[in-house]
Structure formats: C-alpha cells, structure tokens
Design a protein around this ligand. Sequence first.
Ligand code: J2J
Length: 538
Amino acid sequence: MTRDLVAFTRWPDHLAARYRARGYWQGLPLCHGAEAQAKARPDAAAILCGRRRISYAQLDAHASALAARLAQAGFGRGDTALVQLPNKAEFYMVFQALLKAGIVPVNALWSHRQAELTAYAEQIRPRLLIADRTHPVHGGDRFAASCGGLALALHLNAADPRRDLAHWLDPRGAPAASYRPTPAEEVAFFQLSGGSTGTPKLIPRTHDDYAYSVRESVRICGVTGDTRMLVALPAPHNYLMSSPGSLGVFEAGGTVVLASAPDPQICFPLIAEHRVDMVPLVPSAVALWLEAAGKGGHDLASLRSMLVGGAAFAEATARKVPQVFGCRLIQVFGMAEGLVNYTRPEDPPGTVFSTQGRPISPDDEVRVLDPEGRPVPDGTPGELATRGPYTFRGYYRAPGHNLRAFDPEGFYRSGDVVVRHPSGHLQVVGRVKDQINRGGEKIAAEEIEALLLRHPLIRQAALVAVPDPVLGERSCAVIVAGDGLRTVDVRRHLMAQGIAEYKLPDRIRLASSLPLTPVGKTDKKRLREELAAPVPAP
Ligand code: J2J
C-alpha cells in the first residue's frame, strides 16, 4: 500500500487552525455533496448522459456498489487508482465510489496517452486501474502489465465480465462490505498540473480544501438545484470539476448534462433539449460558439451564465457574450494548484469584460512580484504568488521542484503575470513559466523538449508558443539536428512515444542553431519574436 499518501506537504498549523475557525474547512469528505442530495432529493436528475438520466439516488447506489465491491476485494485507505474515462456518467460514479472508499485517484484526461499515463503511474503506483477498452492505450493489457504493483484493472466496454466496470457498479448483488473516506484533512485525489517541467506533476488536493473552493464557487456563480450545467470540456479538468463544475452542481443538487466535446454542433442541440442554463467554456470554444450562434437556427434561450476561463480572453470577444447569447458572462481565472478568481454579479460591466475576476476567499493571499521577488504596486504587471485555504503546499514527491515553485513563506509562484487593480481584480497579461497554452490545454515545453532529444539525430530542441487566431497559441518546435532529419520523422518520433495529440508541435522548424541568452540558455523570447514576425516578402 502507498502509505506515504499522508506525507504530502500540509499547511502550517496556525493557518490550518485559522481556516477551520473561519468555517472554510468543515471536515466533510468530497463525496458528501452528492450523498446529501441522494437523501434530500433522490429522484432529482444528477446526470444526463446520452439517453440516460441518472438520479441522485442512482448515482449514489452505483457509487456505493463499486465502493463495497472494492472494499470486499481488499481496497481502501492508502491505495491509489489511475482512472481514465471519457465524459460519461461512469466517470462521476467512479469518482464518488473512490472517495467513499478512501482510494485516492488520479483522473487522467481522455486525450492522455502512454507517456502521460506512465508518468502518473510511476508517481502514485496504483493498485487499481479503471479505464475504457475503446481508448487506444487500453485496448490491450500492455499498459496494465507495465504498472508494477497493479492488483486490479476494471474496464468500460470489457469483454471479460469479471473485469467489467458496469458489473462492479451494479447495485444488484453488491456486498455489505464497509468502507469509508480518508479523513477530510488528507488527500482526496490528485489533480493534474498543466506543468512547466519535464514530468507531469501531481497536485494533492484534500477534501477540506477542495470542498471549500467548490462551496464558494457555487455561491459566487449562483448554482442552485435548478441549474443544468453543460460539461463539454474534459470532465476531470479542475475547471469542470470545481469551478463550480460537476462537484458544484452536485453540492447544489442541480444537473450535469454531458457532452463529448465543446463543438457547437454537439452542444447546441443539447442546450435546447435539456434547457441548459450554465456552461463553462474556454475562449477558443467561445469563438466557435459565437460564429455558430451568429448563423441562427438554434434555441439557446435557456442559457443564463457562460463561464469563460483557462486561457487569455480578449475583451472584444468578452463583450459579445451577453449580446449574442443573451446571458451573463463570468470570467474565471483558476489553476489546478488552487487559487480561483471570478468576476462577480455586482461587478460593473467594464470589470467583467476586462478582468479575470478576484479571488474566492478573503483569506486568499495574493502577491504580485517583480523578477527579484519584491511586491509591485497595483496597476503594475508582476508574477502572481499566492497561498490560501485551497491552494496546495507542494507537488507530490517533487521536493526539488517545490523549492522553486514556492517561496519560503509557502506562497506558490504561479508563473502567471498579472496586473492587480485596487478592487483586487486581476488581469492576466502574460506568463513567465515555460508553458504553451493551446486553447486552454497546457503544454510544458520541457516535457516535449526532453522527448525530442531522445531522437538520435536531434541535438537541440526548443518548444515555443506562436500566436494563433483560434487557439490563442499554438506550439512550434525549433530543432537543431544532424543531416537527414525530416519534419515527418519528428512527428513520428513523438507519436511513437505516445503523447497526447494536443502536445504534438503544430509547427516544426529545422534550424542551424538556437539563439542564446547572455548566460547561454536558449533565448525563447527571441525565438518567439522571430516566429511571430511576418515572413518578409522575397
Ligand atoms: C488567462 N489565463 C488563464 C484566464 C487559467 C478554473 C478555470 C481555469 C482553470 C485552469 C482552472 C485563465 N485567463 N481566465 O483550474 O479551476 C491559465 C493560467 C493558469 C493556468 C492554469 C479552474 N484561467 N489560465 O485553466 O491548471 O496560466 O487550470 O496558471 O489547467 O491556466 O491551468 P489549469
């Protein structure tokens, strides 16, 4: 058993005491919201997924059945699970079940492949794998066999009935085994970091801290028992889980309407059919929605709030949201590491359109710092550093990286460049971390560069962002290589290592050298400028 799960970096006692005294941390497990609804309004719809309507009673019955079977099979506190499921009701049933049984999951994104899954598995050493046979990595058992210490693999669409997730979720014939969640101050699950390092990092999130961010998000965004939220972005992403996300909907007793992708052709009919009133989107999806809505022919009248976050959102586009969709815009600037900011209903329209909101909690401590780590005055750009009641205190098993990611007072250096207004509202104006934000999907440059350098002909590699009208940014790999390397070889090489498709470079440039800074590091700023410059006419 992975006993060191309890040994994650915690908040110092005096802060933990304050967060409890102020009622932020309530000592309740994350599965509590949906469980309470199963008692209070058992027949209300929790999830609409394709033709299926899953009530709160059913959600809880499925989750309890899986928790009991896992407990009977010897799983419980101290165990970890690697989960990779698509945007289907089973994702929520499984998450609730694992929380109930005190099994700590990593919920991988559907787009993740061998490389990401292996990195997660190496860090948490799962005893349990829950995946879908239709996913390219899980069609066979090679990946499961590569996870040392795995005791059980369950699958959606399984051929073997004993390993069939649907069977394990079936309330009929479930054993009367007992199980319980991990204590609320301990890790409930690991969230995924967008990352800026060579290996994808994991973020320990406790029941207490996560539940607080969810509860407050519900209040700020006005989620109620009548809310019907469309989840069209990846369900395990922190945004869709907690800002206010599915957990927010379950907390309030509303309904999650699932979609497989944020495309208007998929989402608009669902909005009309299910009278969806709230939708969280990334800016690149908003652009597609605006275009499609402009063509008319869709009934989007039920929409009341659109949340937009995850990547830079142009003010001109923000202004179109209420005009075109007739709904309220809520800007959200969040991170899987913790801090989440929202614009508020009482904010003047100019603030809603031009800022990314202000922090959830009065105890979110925000510092805006110059490159030497000194605070800058409001109105001046600087790096955002933060600590608070739901901002983590350290990546899992990454002591060296944590030394750089946190300052001595425990403030997390976000790598985002922001401007703070006197009202506390933040505007995201840039980034100092080595990351590409491709329509909200984060790519750690170092991770891809390390994979590129595994190719025998590649001597140097740099992955940088280039501006893109649709996604905001795309990636470009600039490569210095020996004779004979073609760009198709580079793509093949990366694909052979099994990385998520969104991480494949959109452009590949072969170069004879890379520009260097005075200290001899790759000068990415210069590379970005060169790549963004219009190609001179011949
Ligand atoms: C500019 N950049 C933004 C915004 C996030 C809610 C919403 C989003 C995320 C998320 C999340 C931005 N404008 N409005 O977890 O709970 C960039 C920043 C940030 C990084 C975090 C949530 N909103 N960003 O996007 O962990 O660079 O979380 O540090 O994926 O996205 O990425 P991630």
